[in-house]
Design a protein around this ligand. Structure first.
Ligand SMILES: Nc1ncnc2c1ncn2[C@@H]1O[C@H](COP(=O)(O)OP(=O)(O)OP(=O)(O)O)[C@@H](O)[C@H]1O
Ligand SMILES: [Mg+2]
Length: 359
């Protein structure tokens, strides 16, 4: 028995505008019931990728399959309305002159729509909203109606382009979770575009990290966060600290002791990236710090530059004695040492990333 083909398979998509390649060899596979987030900075080609899958823009190279059936290549093309692909875009404009029920029923065949509309309204916790008009709804309620509208025809795939960006920050997480629960129930394959790492981490089964038209890394959120392919990928998810060094005998010497740089040739400059929450802080014991350990390496002496309370955590900036670099550390809850306080910092070897320096 062969496994069923993926719900959506995109192969080697390329799109050029005026001779400039804005989508560069993008390939993706999404299974039914899975949410993949296309995550990347503004202008990297996310919406263009989505438009080609929807069929409202045409690729210069590559193929798209739905459930194993060719939907388009560079000569053959199934029109957008026959792809069984639902769309939900940033402005998710509802039709202002149609009621909530009419908006949701818009893409459905006449007769029989009523029950599906009621079912969906119930699922998005808007029972009783049928006769209302869009201007009578809050932003969050409109978003839920738009979601119900997109899901009404039972699309095999739902493409969402920054669907939460118009919403109040405080509403967003709740709506994201409700949306995710509904999408999972419906078993739709979802490709969600966002430039917010937090959103991708919260929603995605898989993240495809995109930069300058290319997917640079793809995998479960845990892997993307904990094993970034390069410095930029690491920096996309949080502030990072960078230590620089030069490799000698597969080791790099830093104020925190030596770091392994296996396979990196002598003389290569490397950058060691560490997230602020993985910098360990210890107190000064009459001019001495904690003893070195294999896990934490050598402690480096540092002086507090400033400390700020951020709500969930405190952010403390240190100036290293050796090297004069500033290092940020976050600590859960309240930790606000005075500027000038001497402390010792350590860097967990299993939490840092060593990258050869580019350019
Ligand atoms: N129709 C078009 N003609 C020419 N250039 C275009 C066209 N559409 C998009 N572009 C360019 O292609 C690049 C990618 O655009 P795209 O809209 O895919 O980015 P994005 O990743 O969705 O960004 P954002 O997060 O800002 O929405 C941009 O540089 C954009 O200016
Ligand atoms: Mg976009």
């Amino acid at each position: 028995m062969t496994a069923a083909p993926p719900r959506l398979e995109v192969q080697n998509l390329v799109r050029r505008y005026d001779g400039r390649t804005v989508v560069d060899d993008v390939s993706l596979k999404i299974e039914a019931g899975q949410v993949t987030c296309l995550l990347g900075p503004s202008g990297c080609g996310k919406s263009t990728t989505l438009r080609m899958i929807a069929g409202v823009d045409m690729q210069d190279e590559g193929r798209i399959h739905v459930d194993g059936n060719l939907v388009c290549d560079t000569v053959f093309r199934v029109p957008p309305e026959r792809r069984s692909i639902g769309l939900m875009f940033q402005d998710f404009a509802l039709f202002p002159h149609l009621s909530v029920a009419e908006n949701i029923a818009f893409g459905l065949p006449r007769g029989g729509a009523g029950r599906r509309v009621e079912e969906l309204l119930d699922r998005v916790s808007l029972s009783g909203f049928s006769p209302k008009y869009p201007h009578e709804l809050s932003g969050g309620e409109q978003q839920r109606v738009a979601l119900a509208r997109a899901l009404a025809p039972n699309p095999r795939i739902l493409l969402m382009d920054e669907p939460f960006s118009g919403l109040d920050e405080r509403l967003r997480d709740g709506i994201r979770d409700d949306t995710l629960a509904l999408l999972k129930e419906e078993g739709t394959a979802v490709l969600l575009v966002t430039h917010e790492p937090h959103e991708a981490m919260r929603m995605a089964d898989e993240i495809a990290l995109m930069r300058a038209g290319r997917i640079v890394q793809q995998g479960a959120p845990y892997n993307i966060y904990n094993a970034p392919v390069d410095r930029e990928a690491a920096a996309f998810f949080s502030d990072i600290n960078i230590l620089r060094g030069e490799v000698k005998g597969a080791l790099t010497r830093t104020p925190f002791g030596e770091f392994l740089a296996p396979g990196v040739p002598d003389g290569t400059e490397v950058e060691i990236a560490i997230r602020p929450q993985h910098v360990k802080i210890d107190f000064d014991r009459a001019g001495r710090g904690p003893s070195p350990t294999p896990v934490d390496g050598t402690a480096a002496r540092a002086v507090v530059e400033r400390a700020r309370f951020m709500g969930r955590e405190s952010l403390v900036e240190f100036r290293l004695d050796d090297g004069d670099e500033i290092l940020k550390a976050t600590v859960p809850a309240v930790f606000l040492p005075k500027p000038g306080t001497v402390m010792w910092l350590m860097i967990r070897r299993d939490r840092c990333f060593v990258f050869p320096r580019r350019g």
